[in-house]
Design a protein around this ligand. Structure first.
Ligand code: IMP
Ligand code: MG
Length: 176
């Protein structure tokens, strides 16, 4: 059990299950990208542990960079605009693999994909540790999914509740 502030979380995905699945994803990416040199684009903060575990098991030539989607947003006629911070590399002609902790509504990722897409990469794929298909509102489907889960709040292995709970070896779910 894990208590963070006012909430109680219970074990959900074990360390061994996480690690085995990430190994499988890495093998898949090694196959799919064997003749390419992808740039991994890690969405901070939540994806850092997943990204590290995944990247350790990639045997292809690859690089990594980190972005942050600013929580500060302005409202414009088009709706919410979130700025991408930290991406200074040229992306033209690059194969990008976006690394996310979790795809919930998918709206964050959709914006990130659109903004990166404007910079003429050769391709964009999405790898996410967790995916909540029932919460999806965006028009996208992640290419590499660790686990599809029900629409419940999870923490651990990089994911947080109010900034806390990232530092665990397993994933926990909010007790109902
Ligand atoms: P989306 O734009 O709704 O897909 O939200 C994505 C972001 O919301 C993720 O990158 C997480 O930071 C956060 N998030 C969504 N669901 C959870 C959850 O169950 N636990 C912790 N963070 C979550
Ligand atoms: Mg996140």
């Amino acid at each position: 059990m894990l208590t963070i502030k006012d909430k109680t979380f219970v074990p959900f995905i074990t360390q061994a299950t996480l690690e085995n699945r990430i190994t499988q994803l890495a093998e898949q990416i090694n196959q799919d990208y064997k003749d390419r040199e992808p740039l991994l684009v890690v969405v901070l903060n939540g994806a850092f542990i997943f990204a590290a575990e995944l990247m350790k098991q990639l045997t292809i030539a690859c690089r990594v960079t980190f972005i942050r989607v600013s929580s500060y947003h302005q409202t414009a006629s088009t709706g919410v605009i979130r700025e991408i911070l930290g991406l200074h590399e040229p992306l033209e002609g690059q194969d990008l693999i976006l690394i996310e902790d979790i795809v919930d509504t998918g709206l964050t990722l959709q914006r990130v994909c659109r903004q990166l897409g404007d910079r003429q990469p050769a391709s964009i794929a999405v790898a996410t540790l967790l995916f909540k298909p029932d919460a999806l509102q965006a028009d996208l489907s992640p290419d590499y999914v660790g686990f599809s889960i029900e629409n419940r709040f999870v923490v651990g292995y990089g994911l947080d509740y109010d900034g806390f709970g990232r530092n665990t070896k397993e994933v926990f779910v909010l007790q109902e």
